[in-house]
Design a protein around this ligand. Sequence first.
Ligand SMILES: Nc1ccn([C@@H]2O[C@H](COP(=O)(O)OP(=O)(O)OP(=O)(O)O)[C@@H](O)[C@H]2O)c(=O)n1
Ligand SMILES: C[C@](O)(CO)[C@H](O)COP(=O)(O)O
Length: 238
Amino acid sequence: MTSYSVGVQPRCFALVPAAGVGSRSGATQPKQYVPLAGRALMAHTLAALQAVPGLDATLVVLSPEDEQFEQAVPGFAGERAWVARCGGASRAESVANGLLELQARGAQPHDWVLVHDAARCLLRPEWVQALMAACADDEVGGLLALPVADTLKDEAEGRVQATVDRRGKWAAQTPQMFRLGLLQPALRQVGDAATDEASAVEALGHRPRLVAASLENFKVTYPADFALAERLLRTRAE
Ligand SMILES: Nc1ccn([C@@H]2O[C@H](COP(=O)(O)OP(=O)(O)OP(=O)(O)O)[C@@H](O)[C@H]2O)c(=O)n1
Ligand SMILES: C[C@](O)(CO)[C@H](O)COP(=O)(O)O
């Protein structure tokens, strides 16, 4: 594979896919705009990323039909905070379109891209820093993740088919951090089949690094997740 370790200092960009509709959330608007602890869910996510030292810029990828962002996250856009309404029909397409936007803004193949779900609003800057430190000298890159703590079941028609050996199993979170020059061809090859960036990179034969994060870095997905996220955000603010 291409060796990026010698020569120019890579830059680090955050790319936040935020073009989903939140169909599982039960909300009447895209879940990234649901108010939590005084501001839109996604405003918490972006504030955490903006507090990470060493991130050169953050790009938010919105749906082309989005009319809410500027009101929901006032004052976001700036020199190091970019917004593009180039979201696609799937998360993978939104990320791929975001990578093209980063390129158009000068990102180079050796630069790092940290893809983070807008819906993971409990992110802490120190977890991102831990990922960046772990991947800085890595050829491939890596992701935040959590070793599975529950017993895992395989299901068929509402009944247990089998108990799955959970040893060595991790639940993938975000950010997921890869070089632009690796992630772009990986997503191009795998397309919508990739539910995360790591699986696209894995499909090219690489083994991303796993960096342990926290249960708190969960993705708001189902109706009950909003109340949990709000409680945690309010506790942090105390
Ligand atoms: N076409 C899409 C679909 C998803 N996302 C983003 O990808 C992240 C993780 O996806 P998920 O939790 O699945 O969000 P939704 O697709 O909005 O939710 P659902 O699958 O319940 O509809 C979210 O921040 C979401 O906005 C995106 O940018 N473009
Ligand atoms: C990328 C991700 O957050 C890793 O857990 C997750 O796969 C995204 O959610 P989706 O439901 O697959 O879109």
